[in-house]
Every structure is written in C-alpha cells, then in structure tokens.
Design a protein around this ligand. Structure first.
Ligand code: PMP
Length: 290
C-alpha cells in the first residue's frame, strides 16, 4: 500500500482522507501539480513547485508551507514509497469551511502528496501517433480564469476530454475564445511545417507547460531547432507536416490524425521522432531538477 503525505503526516493510502466540507471538493477551490520521477530524479521539481505557488498566489491560497518545505515533503514521499520512476500529484485545497463560497472562512489549507505509477498512453500510440479531435468548446478565456493557473477547477478541460472520448479518441485540441489554437485538454501542442516548429504563445491562454518549456529551451536547441512562439490558426495545424503534444504525463507524443484529417503521412514524422527520442534520453540519463 502506498504512503500519502497529508497535512504533515505520512499515512497509508487507505487512511488518507479529505473532509466532505473541504472546499477543494465542494467548489474545486485549490490547485495542483503533476510531476514525474525518472531514475530517482524528480524532473523539474523546482519549476513545478514554483508554478504551484504561483497558482496558489493567483487564487489567494496560502498553503502554510514554504517552497523548500513542500520540496522536502515531496522527496520524503518519493523515498518512503521507494519509487524510482513514477508520478507525483501535489494538491493544495482551500481546506475545511462552511457551505458558502467564502474562501477566507477556511482557516487551514489541506495539502497532500500522492506518489504513484503512471502510463497515460499505449506504446503503440507513441510509435504510430495518436488521433485527436478539435473540441467544439473553447478554452476558458484568461479574463474568466487564466489557464496558466492550474486550479482544481478542470471542468473546461474535462468537458473537452468528454468530447474526445465521445468521438472515440483520448485528446482534444481546444481553441481560445478568439478562435486561435490554444492547447489540448491536458497537453500543449507544437506544429512543424517545412522544418519550422511553432507553438502557441503563453498569451493565447494556455497552461505554461513545463514540458513545453523544456522542449523549447533544451530539446529543440540540442537538435538544432528553434521554436517560434506565435499565434497559430487551426488551418495551419490541419496542414502541418507534423504535430506533437507535450505534457508531464504524456511526455512528447506525435499526432497522426485530427478528426478525419491525416497529419503529414499519418505517421509520426522524422522531426517528432527525434524530439521523442531526445526527450527520453535527456530525462533517463540525468533529469534536471531545477
Ligand atoms: N495544458 C494543460 C491544460 C495541462 O493540464 C497540462 C498538464 N497536464 C499541460 C498543458 C502540460 O503541462 P506540463 O508540461 O507542465 O505537464
């Protein structure tokens, strides 16, 4: 049985419980991170914990722990679970409160850390490319709830995911309210045309993906590419030679079809293949923890 870190204690997973009066549950009031462990190293731990604290600050949630304390708790939880490879879920909720929205009537945040195995997609999907759709539903506008805040309120993404599942696939591309390409329900998107790689800018209303940043700043330069961060139209995605997605859980994965449209030669293209390989090598050898 795995051990969960909850409010300062390590307990058996069967004992790790959150109250029905917790505003994380009642209102989706809180924030979270997904973090990966590769060969005993916690990939981009500092970046994830920093983003977590930025999300918390954006919703005026005080977790009651410092960045260093949370990092220490994460390392402790990984260690006690003896997990060399896997996935960490870090959650801050607003905590226990009344049956009213007021977040400031919740005196103490609930903080927990889960360490588990993960496998999002099949090996075949990485080799052959995955099929996705374009969701009808746009990504929530930044003025309403900025997608850069990784809040527990993931209903916009979940409804996009349901559109994908209804269409028989596992991921959906979401446009922003202006109709430009934003991101998928749980992944960022990159397109390649005539050897030039582009991805929507953070201003398009997306989560500032840590895998996305690593691909732009580290993987691409190693392979001799630069990535343009610019507005992208849906037509460009459909006409791209290659499309790939990035995310902590998904890592780097090629897209073969979007709806009925085949991308490139409907396989994982050569540049995507190089990115998948380089990403895997980098994290397997010595995953950066910064
Ligand atoms: N966009 C959304 C909406 C996400 O939830 C995620 C994380 N699953 C990503 C992009 C990818 O971000 P990261 O690389 O930091 O995991």
């Amino acid at each position: 049985m795995s051990k969960i870190w909850i409010d300062g204690k390590l307990v058996d997973s069967s004992e790790a419980k959150v109250s029905v009066f917790d505003h994380g549950l009642l209102y989706g009031d809180g924030c979270f991170e997904g973090i990966r462990i590769y060969n005993d190293r916690i990939f981009k731990l500092r970046s994830h914990v920093k983003r977590m604290f930025e999300s918390a600050a954006a919703i005026r949630l005080q977790p009651g722990y410092s960045i260093e304390e949370i990092e220490h708790a994460i390392r402790e939880t990984v260690k006690i679970n003896e997990r060399q490879n896997g996935y960490i879920r870090l959650v801050f909720t607003r905590g226990i409160g009344t049956l009213g929205l007021n977040p400031f009537l919740c005196p103490t945040a609930t903080v927990f850390i889960i360490v588990e195995k993960i496998k999002l997609y099949t090996d075949e999907m990485y080799e052959e490319g995955m099929s996705i759709i374009v969701a009808q539903r746009p990504r929530i506008p930044t003025q309403c709830l900025d997608p850069k805040v990784k809040s527990l309120n993931y209903m916009n993404n979940i409804l996009g995911k349901i559109e994908a599942i209804d269409a028989g696939v596992l991921e959906a591309l979401m446009l922003n309210i202006e109709g430009k390409v934003a991101e998928c329900t749980g992944d960022n998107i990159f397109i390649i045309k005539d050897g030039i790689i582009a991805t929507p800018p953070v201003e398009s209303g997306i989560l500032h993906g840590i895998t996305r940043r690593f691909v732009i700043d580290d993987v691409a330069p190693t392979l001799g590419y630069t990535v343009e961060e610019r507005d992208i139209e849906l037509e460009e995605v459909m006409a791209a030679d290659e499309v790939f997605l990035t995310g902590t859980a998904a890592e780097v994965i090629g897209v073969s079809h979007i709806g009925d449209t085949a991308i490139g030669c409907s396989k994982v293209g050569p540049i995507t293949h190089a990115f998948v390989e380089e990403f895997r090598n980098r994290v397997a050898q010595d995953a950066p923890e910064d």
